[in-house]
Design a binder for this molecule. Structure first.
Ligand SMILES: [Zn+2]
Length: 334
């Protein structure tokens, strides 16, 4: 399975779906100065909780970060949250470049030739792994000389929720792999990397404790999440929430929520007693409204799971992303 849910454009500005003008999603993006082609027309139908929202109004595959010098020997981290984590470990000792800028949905990312050229000259490419980077597989032949490391496990994989970072303890477990990967590039800085990782681990432990405390404030009967695909199971398992239902089950290459899927969601909702659904911020406000009307659920749109927000947004780094998502979830369910 290449991708476990529908690729889709994402938007930058978290907003209340019911009220925000559609124009928000078309606002110019500050993240990159690279001109992006028009918005991709795959706005997935009902996209619930997860893969949310990240960011760029012009969330298009193939738009590469503007801070991407085409230099050989780069250390590149695929997703924005992963680059942030890797930078915390690297410190000033080693530059870690991002590949996907905030707002690009990793599931929908399609590298352009210039991206492939850049990657093929990299020294190290850090990915989340477990098959999350479906775009990587067809490139393997071009990246023969690049060390590719999965932070959370094997690079390839399928069939399980690959969003391991949604549990900060999994990030803590990944720090050793990241230290080793960076040290393979700059062995003399290994001690520094290890010290940085230890400091960051402390912050992850604090984050984990604060998420636990916040989720505990949700009445037990309401600790249920409706998801569009299997993206929050790590978070749910870690913090005692359950997944009440999914709209797009299993792999959904190109899948969009159909009336049938919506009907299934409504049935699931009635059965599961969920309280809120979380829509992709790129979704049409009218559809979000109609889903909210039909299901009677609270509609929430500003969860960040696949990447960070813009620097000025609510999830400019990994720690802030998880803290923000927790507030969104707690406020929606409490
Ligand atoms: Zn996802």
């Amino acid at each position: 399975m290449k991708s476990h849910h529908a690729p889709r454009a994402v938007t930058d500005a978290p907003r209340a779906v019911t009220d925000a003008p559609r124009a928000v999603t078309d606002a110019p993006r500050a993240v990159t100065d690279a001109p992006c082609p028009g918005r991709r027309g795959h706005s997935a139908g009902v996209v619930l909780i997860m893969c949310m929202i990240m960011s760029a109004p012009l969330g298009l595959p193939g738009c590469v970060a503007s801070d991407a010098p085409d230099a050989p020997g780069e250390v590149i981290a695929a997703e924005s949250f992963l680059a942030d984590i890797a930078r915390a470990v690297a410190g000033p000792e080693l530059a870690v470049k991002g590949l996907l800028p905030p707002g690009i949905d990793p599931h929908a990312f399609q590298p352009r030739p210039r991206d492939v050229a850049r990657l093929s000259k990299a020294r190290l490419l850090l990915v989340a792994g477990h098959g999350y980077e479906a775009w990587l597989e067809p490139l393997r032949g071009s990246l023969a000389g690049v060390e590719i490391i999965g932070a959370f496990g094997p690079v390839e994989g399928a069939g399980e929720d690959p969003h391991f970072w949604m549990d900060p303890r999994n990030v803590e477990s990944a720090l050793g792999t990241i230290v080793d990967a960076l040290a393979s590039v700059k062995p003399q800085a290994r001690e520094r990397f290890s010290a940085n990782a230890a400091a960051y681990a402390g912050r992850l432990i604090d984050l984990d404790a604060s998420i636990r405390a916040r989720v505990a404030s949700i009445p037990a009967a309401r600790r249920k999440l409706l998801t569009n695909h299997d993206a929050l199971s790590r978070y749910a398992d870690a913090y005692g929430l359950s997944i009440a239902g999914t709209v797009l089950e299993g792999s959904g290459d190109g899948a969009e929520a159909s009336p049938r899927a919506l009907a299934r969601l409504i049935a699931t909702t009635a059965k599961g007693g969920a309280w809120a659904i979380f829509l992709d911020a790129g979704e049409k406000a009218s559809l979000a409204r109609s889903i909210g009307r039909e299901t009677g659920l609270k509609v929430v749109t500003d969860l960040y799971v696949e990447g960070l927000s813009a620097a000025s947004g609510p999830a400019p780094n990994y720690l802030a992303m998880l803290a923000h998502d927790t507030e969104v979830i707690v406020n929606a369910l409490r």
